[in-house]
Design a protein around this ligand. Sequence first.
Ligand SMILES: Cc1ncc(COP(=O)(O)O)c(C=O)c1O
Length: 398
Amino acid sequence: MSSPRKSRDPKTLRPATALVHGASVRSQFDETSEALFLTQGYLYDTMEIAEARFKGDEPGLIYSRFSNPTVGMFEKRMALLEGAEAARATASGMAAVTASLMGQVKAGDHVVAAKALFGSCLYVVEELLPRFGVESTLVEGTDLEAWRAAMRPNTRTAFLESPTNPTLEVIDIAAVAEIVHEAGATLVVDNVFATPLQQRPLALGADCVVYSATKHIDGQGRTLGGVILGNEKFVSTHIHNFLRQTGPCLSPFNAWVMLKSLETLHVRVAAQSRSAERVAEYLSGHPRIKRVLYPGRPDHPQYSIARKQMSGGGTLVAFEIDGGKKAAFAFANQLSIIGISNNLGDAKSLITHPETTTHQRLKPEQRAALGIGPGLLRLSVGLEDVEDLVEDIGRALG
Ligand SMILES: Cc1ncc(COP(=O)(O)O)c(C=O)c1O
């Protein structure tokens, strides 16, 4: 039956509308909420149809490791939001990072990455890739000359996150993309901290964007997931077959949770960013706080780059408390609303001590070079009333 309702080209929708309606596919039951297709496989009417699907002569679903209608809706909605031609969902953010790099390289290739990476990403670049004959070089992400000097004829790809975890350093994505492209390589950006609403790496020149959807995209502490986005050629050449054959696929159930979460992403990120700015302001005036790092503040070391490439300051604040690890632990242990957890982007405010948790496996000199000292704390600001958060912090500092 044809629908009397007009449909609008989803690419023309503004982000908040695309997040609610984009890429919805209705079943024959005309449900309002997107359906959860919790199925491993699909039936073929005839053997001939099965043969044609496997040969690729006929479109259609084959197996949920390759594609699933609920996962497909999530991928397409993410692609709309990011302005990407193609997206593939993965079981976690680390599955997305690993596939985005491993899918591009072969033995004899070289990879360049910024030093300030999430610990597991550093493992992939520094330990995993070299095991398969792919050399890697780590550079100071904010030093453009260092990127240029690290490029070699066999450099295949470059990788960075911005703002970085946990010190919220901001790297000039457009400038790095130019250097990387001049060398004939591609640029992959981990956009977890900025979210697709506050930073568009593809528009800045990146070839691929990866997310831990576990963070703001779920945003309510339930499911793990990841996404890889790029143009059709990048995704079909480097990602599609790698994921299909190696299997780090997103569960349809998790895709459905994420799809529903996307409906509120813009409201959550906007509210959390406003609160993060207020918390950063409060911390910056406190005598026990030595330094506050928030990309939305003029005193941030890369404020001008943040203003150029981000449309908000993000939902995270990093700060250094006077008195090192002992003071940091005592402060966090006194908090009653803000929870102690290494996760981020959640509706609940969460605080972590990077030196002893997320960045524990780094050598002390690596941590020192990244500015991860014993007094550094990373706060992910949630959806609570910000004045309750400020009071919680004030009491714990007092
Ligand atoms: C910047 C960054 N990239 C990647 C990841 C990995 O994501 P996941 O935990 O979903 O595998 C995380 C967090 O865990 C992260 O903070």
